[in-house]
Design a binder for this molecule. Structure first.
Ligand code: KG4
Ligand code: ZN
Length: 340
């Protein structure tokens, strides 16, 4: 089965062709148009600009994915598109375009929850993943831990009490004037550090649980820069900036993984999936490998280009869902709930 997957929930416009085989999904093509240059000067995504760009990019990414796979619309067995959650103007670009193409060509169509997409990105590396799985979804908007009993279900176990982990990376990069998006820049800078700065103190919660909170981390970085204003202008080649990035990255990776052993035990989990943009982080990936080996979990982290938002993960999830009987009544939903 050949599936065209489309994703435009935030600031990446992406399309991919995935062949669903008995052995799992095979990536036939992947096209992604970045809008980093457009949003960079603002230090974050500007929804109106994102929506306008998606309108301009949607057709080209679809055509590009088909061309790269060496197929035409007539070869497609299904179209899968992100239905939500996300920025509604952004979502609508590929959502509406996909419905129009599906209607014109009589192609079965299915809307996909964005987070189910991130989970299914792991099918490319671990098609035979043992379940139940703990699923850590970490991006610019999400820091959520789920339990999955299969590839199409996610049950929330815990989430951040305030900021997402990706936001901590992005805000830090902004305060250090490293650029946008912050995660990859902080990661690269941390990897050049010879030693880390003073450790960030983990948040403590009254109920004693290993919850998540990342807003204090942002304040922590701000205070260190206030104490040492030079850091804001010093740039990524500066050893103190590198040390600060390393300390931040270490804190985020350590804190994110802290609740995993307890949940794995209580839920009888066999495996751990980490996906979403922050799953590209080098420190999180190595720390997760060490932890999974220690507590006996099978670890599945997609390759970096499949961790960030992409059409392939939507195609992989869409291949496992039933196509909509009446796609034309469907609408994009900025707050789409899981299981809706
Ligand atoms: O999943 P994603 O592409 O979009 C959202 O749904 O948010 O995630 C984007 C986030 C951004 O916050 C970005 O800074 C972060 O993922 N990110 C990283 C890395 N690469 C991307 N964070 C840490 N380390 C990285 N290497
Ligand atoms: Zn995402």
């Amino acid at each position: 089965m050949l599936v065209l997957g489309l994703e435009s929930s935030c600031d990446d416009c992406s399309a991919a062709v995935v062949e669903e085989t008995p052995a799992g999904p095979v990536l036939r093509s992947l096209v992604r148009e970045s809008q980093d240059a457009i949003h960079g000067p603002f230090g974050g995504v500007v929804p109106e600009l994102a929506a306008r760009e998606h309108l301009l990019q949607a057709r080209a990414v679809m055509a590009g994915a088909l061309a790269q796979a060496g197929i035409g619309l007539a070869d497609l067995d299904r179209i899968a598109v992100t239905q939500g959650p996300g920025l509604v103007g952004s979502l609508l670009a590929t959502f509406s375009a996909s419905k129009a193409v599906a209607w014109r060509q009589h192609i079965p169509w299915v809307g996909v929850h964005h987070l189910l997409g991130h989970l299914n990105a792991a099918r490319f590396v671990a098609p035979d993943l043992p379940f139940p799985a703990l699923v850590l979804l970490v991006s610019g908007g999400h820091t959520h831990l789920y339990l999955a009993k299969d590839w199409t279900s996610l049950q929330l176990l815990q989430k951040t009490r305030d900021d997402a982990a990706g936001e901590a990376f992005d805000k830090t990069a902004r305060m250090l004037n490293l650029g946008y998006p912050g995660g990859p820049l902080v990661d690269a800078c941390a990897q050049t550090a010879l030693k880390g700065a003073e450790r960030f103190t983990p948040p403590k919660f009254r109920d004693g649980k290993a919850s998540w909170s990342f807003s204090g981390l942002k304040t922590g970085v701000k205070l260190r820069i206030e104490r040492n204003p030079r850091l804001a202008e010093a740039g990524p080649a500066d050893p103190e900036v590198q040390a600060l990035c390393l300390a931040l990255q270490e804190a985020i990776a350590t804190w994110l993984l802290k609740p995993v052993p307890e949940w794995a035990e209580s839920q009888g989990a066999q495996s751990l999936v980490i996906s979403g943009g922050v799953a590209c982080n080098s420190r999180l990936r190595t720390d997760a490998a060490t932890l999974a080996a220690r507590i006996g979990l099978v670890l599945a982290i997609p390759e970096p280009r499949l961790c960030t938002d992409n059409g392939a993960m939507i195609a992989a999830a869409g291949a496992l869902l039933e196509p909509e009987v009446n796609p034309w009544s469907q609408n994009a939903d900025a707050d789409l709930k899981l299981g809706a």
